[in-house]
Design a protein around this ligand. Sequence first.
Ligand code: KG4
Ligand code: ZN
Length: 344
Amino acid sequence: MKILAIESSCDETAAAVIEDGRTIRSSVINSQVEEHKLYGGVVPEIASRRHAENICAVVEKALSDAGETFSSIDAVAVTYAPGLIGALLVGVNYAKGVALASGKPLIPVHHIRGHIAANYLTHPDLKPPFLCLVASGGHSHIIKVNDYTDFEIIGRTRDDAAGEAFDKAARVLGFPYPGGIYIDKAAAQGKRGEYKLPKPKVNGSDFDFSFSGLKTAVINISHHAQQKGESIDVNNLAADFQGTVADILTDHLMRAAEYTNSTKIVVAGGVSANSGLRSALEAACKKHGYELYLPKLSLCGDNAAMIGSQAYYEYLAGVRADLSLNGVASMPVDQAEPGRCIAL
Ligand code: KG4
Ligand code: ZN
């Protein structure tokens, strides 16, 4: 089954053709990051406008790279939640237009479910159940994936997402947006141990995390140094910050694995590209005898291939949308599609 998938929830306009949920026939990503960099973060109005300008060319390229046409694909899938509402609406309305004109089924996909599915494209043998850490710019969750469309939230951030903490710390250290990758590179040049950073605990939960105190600690270290006319060692502070985030995520994930009796561990989202997190998880999973699945670097960030993969499993579960499908800015990963997305 060939699915044309569309993703426009944030600042990437993306389209892909995916076969049977596991094979990437084409994947096109138009990133707006250089423009948003000028403002230090994503400007929603600009994002929507660029999606509207780019979506036709991006979809046409995805179809032609795959050697397909609107009539030869079997279904169209789109990210409908969560994300920037104006950005989501561009993809949702485009996909509705394709579905109406072609008569093909329309499959609504949750963005975080898509991030998890990036692992189905990376690891052909991976099947649920497994325990998944999702760490992206907007979300940080530990999720028990019971089946392709059955999700159970075990833990979540109480404040900033992991990627958001990376981006805010990076800004303080003088790096451009999005700063995660710059911290990763700086940390590789630095050594841990110079800066003491907190590992905040969350009252009443073993699995929830909190990153805002850690981010504030980096801001305070930087401001105190400035006030005293001292300089900070950016590489060492980056190494301490990245190492602390990796420790927090790894410790929580290992506790959740024990609690849920999971031995298969999967990681997803933009922050899963982080080399410090990857090595901390590799070491911890080796120690506990768990199997670890990491997405290909090219599939960690936002893309439409992951949406096409998840769409296949949503389709098999009977999920379809009608033409009243709307974008939804905020929607938990474990919730069913909104009422208007009917399971046939
Ligand atoms: O999943 P994603 O592409 O978009 C959202 O759905 O949010 O995640 C973007 C986030 C940004 O915060 C970015 O700084 C972070 O992922 N990120 C990284 C790395 N590459 C991207 N964070 C740490 N290390 C990296 N190498
Ligand atoms: Zn994302």
